[in-house]
Ligand binder design. Structure first.
Ligand code: NAD
Ligand code: UDP
Ligand code: UDP
Length: 322
């Protein structure tokens, strides 16, 4: 008899989590999705609820969780600055207490555990592009610290459980990722620009727009997650996962505007505190260990994301008419 792998995904009703749920169900896993709907949404997983191999549990990972599983993907944590700064204490608790609980669970059931860490552990980097060996430059008391330091401490916990309790761990440092199902109001740059351009509203560029980011399409990232989980036990990470294509924020605004075909003006607004000036992953390690690299070019991924938001905004307009 074929025994299905039981996989727990925390934050499974969020943007990345919902794609991961889909992918693992397709691969024949039994998926338990745990989420408190802080930033996630029922609609993201609505199409999975009838699937016999999908189960949803509403739960906050800062509290203990007793379930049985073979693998854990720990994604629970708000990811966009406006969300993680809304209740910064809760953000830190989610990263740290969430990691402790999931590691405790992994230890009890001897599950392999994956952590969704972030390029934010590099802070405002003075090394460019960023390699995994770089220790980062994070302001520990700034307005982004609840997220950055929470994720850094979660990495510490993962490596200490690995050394102390011999847990099998996989730590991914995720760079900016975009795609359908991003929340239209979560304030991230790709969703903001697309929604603003589609609505013909001014596109808000923070600072002078010369800061850079590297944008990875969601399908490429999820492929990286699954491959990292399947690497031999000695591959613990941390491993950068992201698209090395680097763009200034002003370039991104211009590309989105051209692709939407709108006439939005560019409106410059103040740069938020501690906003990193540059960011680009060195993905040599991921290439070497698992032959992974992103396949979707920025314009191709933006086309799919723009089409998604176009449909979503039309639906929202219909609802507001009712
Ligand atoms: P998201 O906000 O869409 O998803 C996060 C999910 O976690 C949401 O469904 C939310 O409701 C849930 N959650 C938050 N706090 C929780 C708690 N205490 N208990 C249970 N569930 C909780 O964000 P995302 O973009 O899908 O990010 C997923 C993970 O990937 C996060 O850990 C994030 O830090 C990491 N990450 C994302 C990016 C990116 O560009 N999207 C980049 C780096 C790292
Ligand atoms: N924990 C959990 N589910 C489990 C096992 C543990 O949520 O199946 C939590 C538990 O509440 C504990 C944390 O994980 O606080 C860390 O567990 P660990 O065994 O490492 O530490 P201890 O229980 O000794 O404090
Ligand atoms: N940004 C912007 N306009 C917006 C939203 C964001 O210019 O409407 C900038 C933001 O200041 C940052 C970059 O775009 O320099 C990426 O922001 P995002 O919040 O998407 O991700 P992060 O800062 O966490 O990389």
């Amino acid at each position: 008899m074929h025994i299905r792998k039981r996989v727990l995904i925390t934050g499974g009703a969020g943007f990345l989590g919902s794609f991961l749920c889909e992918r693992l169900i397709r691969e024949g896993c039994d998926v338990l999705c745990v989420d408190n709907f802080f930033t996630g949404a029922r609609q993201n997983i609505a199409h999975l609820l009838e699937n016999p191999y999908f189960e949803f549990m509403r739960h906050d990972v800062t509290f203990p969780l007793y379930v049985e599983c073979d693998e854990i993907y720990n994604l629970a944590c708000p990811a966009s600055p406006i969300h993680y700064q809304f209740d910064p204490v809760q953000t830190t608790k989610t990263s740290i207490h969430g990691a402790i609980n999931m590691l405790g669970l992994a230890k009890r059931v001897r599950a392999k555990i994956f952590q969704a860490s972030t390029s934010e552990v590099y802070g405002d980097p003075e090394v460019h592009p960023q390699r995994e060996s770089y220790w980062g430059r994070v302001n520990p008391i700034g307005e982004r610290a609840c997220y950055d330091e929470g994720k850094r401490c979660a990495e510490t916990l993962f490596f200490d459980y690995h050394r102390q309790h011999k847990l099998r761990i996989k730590v991914a440092r995720i760079f900016n990722t975009y795609g359908p199902r991003m929340h239209p109001n979560d304030g991230r740059v790709v969703s903001n620009f697309i929604v603003q351009a589609l609505r013909g509203k001014p596109m808000t560029v923070y600072g002078d727009g010369s800061q850079t980011r590297s944008f990875c399409y969601v399908d490429d990232l999820i492929e990286g997650f699954v491959r990292l989980m399947d690497t031999p036990d000695e591959v613990t990470g941390p491993m950068n996962l992201g698209n090395p294509g680097e763009f200034t924020i002003l370039e991104l605004a211009e590309i989105v505007r051209e692709m939407v075909g709108g006439k939005s003006e560019i409106q410059f607004k103040p740069l938020p505190g501690d906003d990193p000036t540059q960011r680009k992953p060195d993905i040599t390690f991921a290439r070497e260990q698992m032959g992974w690299e992103p396949r979707v070019q920025l314009r191709e991924g933006l086309r799919k994301t723009i089409d998604y938001f176009d449909g979503l905004l039309a639906e929202m307009d219909d609802i507001s008419v009712l």
